[in-house]
Design a protein around this ligand. Structure first.
Ligand code: NAD
Ligand code: UGA
Length: 488
C-alpha cells in the first residue's frame, strides 16, 4: 500500500516542505512568519537543544519578542512544527535553512575576529549524511563570504551522489521588531549560483517569499554578493552609531547638543533619519561579530587599509562605553567604592531579553572594578542570564571577582526597590517603562545627592533636574541643569 500523502490544513498536498536547522532568535521567528503566510508549505524548525524545542512548543517561548507568540500560535500544530528529529526532518524537506549561531572564534587562527562557522559545517555534514533526495540548502546564518563554497563541497561528498543547490538568504530582522520586520521586510535578498540549476533554486525560494512580499522587494544576486551584502549592511548600520557617538564627544567639548546635531542631519535625505541616536554604545550578538569578521576577511586578503577603516567602528564603540563609565566615576566625586548604583536595563536594546555583547555589561564590569555595589533591573533579564553574559563576554565570574558577585552584582525585580538607597542610577537600555516611572518617589528613596546618568537619552532631563537629581548624559552642552560627560 502506498504511504499516505501528508496534507496541509486546507486539505491539499503541501506545495513544499521546509526544515530550518536552528531554533534561535532568527530560526524561530523567521519560520513562524513563513508558516503564517504560506499555509500550503510545511515548516519544521529543528534544534539540538531539547529544552529550546520544548519551549517553542509551549506558551513560554525561549525568546522575548513582541507579537511572536501570537504568530506562532496561528500555525503551530497546523503547518508549523518544532522538533528534535533532525535527521527525519532533513530527509523529508525540499528546502533546508541553516540558521545556526556563528559566533566570533575564541581560539585558534583568527581568534577574537573570524566567525566560527563550525555549526554551519556540521549542518552541511548532517544534511549530506541523511539526505536521500536533492535539496535546496539555504544559508540564513550570517557567514563569511565564500562560505557557500565550503557548504557545497561538504554536501557534494554525500554517499548517494545527490545534487544540492546552495543559496544565500541572509536575515535582516532586528530584535524587538522581528515580527514587523519579517511581515513587511524592506527587502529579501537571495543569492545563488548563476547556472540553470542555481537560477531555478533561486526562483523556488522567491516563490516562497512571494506569498507575502512584493516581488520588487525580493532582490536576487550571485551568491557571493549576497554573503558580502549582509556583512556590509551591519557594518554600515554600526558605523552610523559609532559616527554619531564620536560626535557626542565633540559636542560635550564644544557646548553643542548631539540631539540637535543628529536632528539637523536627519533632514538631509541623502544622510537619512535612522540610526543616529547617540548612546552608551551598540551591543547585540551581530554588529561587533560581523564587523570583526569583515575586518578579518579584509586582512586575510591583504586589504589592510579597508580592515583598519572598519575596525575603527569597533574602537569607537569601546571608547564610548569606557567614556560612559568614566563619566559615572568622575561625576560621583571620583569614588564609587561601596556606593550603591542602580542599573536600569541590561538587555542590549529595548523589547528583547537578549544580552549578548550588551553595553550594559561593559559598564557594570567597569563599575565593579571600582568596587561599586550594583543592583540591576531589567524587565526581561534574569540574574542567571546576566551572569552568563558577564562571564562569556567579559570573564567576570566568581573566580575572577572572588567574593564579589553575590554582594556587588545583584538583581532587582522592580525599579523602585532597585533604586532605593542608591547614590546613582545608570539608564542603559531604552525600555519605555523607564520614562514613566515615579521619579519623585525614586528620588526620595535615594542617597543625596542623587545622580542619574542617561546612557540612552530617553529621560525627561529637565523634569528630573526640577525634582532635584543631578542629571548627566551623553553629548549635551555644559551649564544649565543638565550636565554632560567627563569632568570639565
Ligand atoms: P541563536 O544562538 O539564538 O540560535 C542558534 C540555534 O542554533 C541554537 O538554538 C542552537 O542550539 C542551534 N544549533 C547550533 N548548532 C546546531 C546544529 N548543528 N543543528 C541544529 N541546531 C543547531 O542564534 P541567532 O541569534 O538565531 O543567530 C543565528 C544566525 O543568524 C547567526 O549567524 C546570526 O549572525 C544571524 N542573525 C541573527 C540575527 C539576530 O537578530 N539575532 C539577525 C540576523 C542574522
Ligand atoms: C541589527 C540590524 O539592525 C539588523 O538588520 C540585523 O539583521 C541584525 O543586527 C543582525 O544581523 O543580527 P539588532 O542588533 O537586533 O539588529 O538591533 P539594532 O536595532 O540594529 O541595534 C543594535 C545596537 O545599536 C543596539 O544596542 C542599539 O541600542 C544600538 N543603536 C541603534 C544605537 O545605539 N543607536 C541607534 O541610533 C541605533
Amino acid at each position: 500500500m502506498a504511504a499516505a500523502v501528508e496534507t496541509s490544513a486546507g486539505g491539499g498536498e503541501y506545495l513544499l516542505k521546509i526544515c530550518c536547522m536552528g531554533a534561535g532568535y532568527v530560526g524561530g521567528p523567521t519560520m513562524a512568519v513563513i508558516a503564517e503566510n504560506c499555509p500550503n508549505i510545511k515548516v519544521t524548525v529543528v534544534d539540538l537543544s531539547q529544552k529550546q524545542i520544548d519551549a517553542w512548543n509551549s506558551d513560554q517561548l525561549p525568546i522575548y519578542e513582541p507579537g511572536l507568540l501570537e504568530v506562532v500560535k496561528k500555525s503551530r500544530g497546523k503547518n508549523l512544527f518544532f522538533s528534535t528529529d533532525i535527521d527525519g526532518m532533513i530527509a523529508d524537506a525540499d528546502i533546508i535553512f541553516i540558521s545556526v549561531n556563528t559566533p566570533t572564534k575564541t581560539h585558534g587562527i583568527g581568534a577574537g575576529r573570524a566567525a566560527n562557522i563550525k555549526n554551519c559545517e556540521l549542518c552541511a555534514r548532517k544534511i549530506a549524511e541523511v539526505a536521500t533526495t536533492s535539496k535546496i540548502v539555504v544559508e540564513k546564518s550570517t557567514v563569511p563570504v565564500r562560505t557557500a563554497d565550503a557548504v557545497s563541497r561538504v554536501l557534494s561528498v554525500n554517499p548517494g551522489g545527490i545534487k544540492f543547490q546552495v543559496l544565500s538568504n541572509p536575515e535582516f530582522l532586528a530584535e524587538g521588531t522581528a515580527i514587523p520586520d519579517l511581515e513587511t521586510p524592506g527587502r529579501v535578498l537571495i543569492g545563488g549560483m548563476q547556472t540553470p540549476e542555481g537560477l531555478a533554486a533561486i526562483e523556488t525560494l522567491v516563490s516562497v517569499y512571494a506569498h507575502w512580499v512584493p516581488r520588487e522587494k525580493i532582490i536576487t544576486t550571485n551568491v557571493w554578493s549576497s554573503e558580502v551584502s549582509k556583512l556590509v549592511a551591519n557594518a554600515f548600520l554600526a558605523q552610523r552609531v559609532s559616527s554619531i557617538n564620536s560626535i557626542s564627544a565633540l559636542c560635550e567639548a564644544t557646548d553643542a547638543d548631539v540631539a540637535e546635531v543628529s536632528n539637523a542631519l536627519k533632514f538631509d535625505d541623502r544622510i537619512g533619519s535612522k540610526f543616529l541616536n547617540a548612546s552608551v554604545g551598540f551591543g547585540g550578538s551581530c554588529f561587533q561579530k560581523d564587523i570583526l569578521n569583515l575586518v578579518y576577511i579584509c586582512e586575510s586578503l591583504g586589504l589592510n587599509e579597508v580592515a583598519a577603516y572598519w575596525e575603527q567602528v569597533i574602537i569607537m564603540n569601546e571608547y564610548q562605553k569606557r567614556r560612559f563609565s568614566g563619566m559615572v566615576v568622575s561625576r560621583m566625586f571620583n569614588t564609587i567604592t561601596d556606593k550603591k548604583i542602580a542599573i536600569f536595563g541590561f538587555a542590549f536594546k529595548k523589547d528583547t531579553g537578549d544580552t549578548r555583547e550588551t553595553a550594559s555589561a561593559f559598564v557594570c564590569r567597569d563599575l565593579l572594578d571600582e568596587r561599586a555595589k550594583l543592583e540591576v533591573y531589567d524587565p526581561q533579564v534574569s540574574r542567571e542570564t546576566m551572569l552568563m553574559e558577564m562571564d562569556y563576554t567579559l570573564k567576570v565570574n566568581d573566580a575572577t571577582y572572588p567574593n564579589m558577585l553575590d554582594s556587588n552584582l545583584v538583581t532587582a525585580t522592580d525599579p523602585y526597590s532597585c533604586a532605593a538607597g542608591a547614590h546613582g542610577i545608570c539608564v542603559l537600555t531604552e525600555w519605555d517603562e523607564f520614562k514613566s516611572l515615579d521619579f519623585m518617589r525614586i528620588y526620595e528613596s535615594m542617597a543625596k545627592p542623587a545622580f542619574i546618568f542617561d546612557g540612552r537619552m530617553i529621560m525627561d532631563h529637565e523634569a528630573l533636574v526640577k525634582i532635584g537629581f543631578e542629571v548627566y548624559c551623553i553629548g549635551k552642552p555644559r551649564g544649565g541643569g543638565v550636565r554632560n560627560g567627563p569632568a570639565n
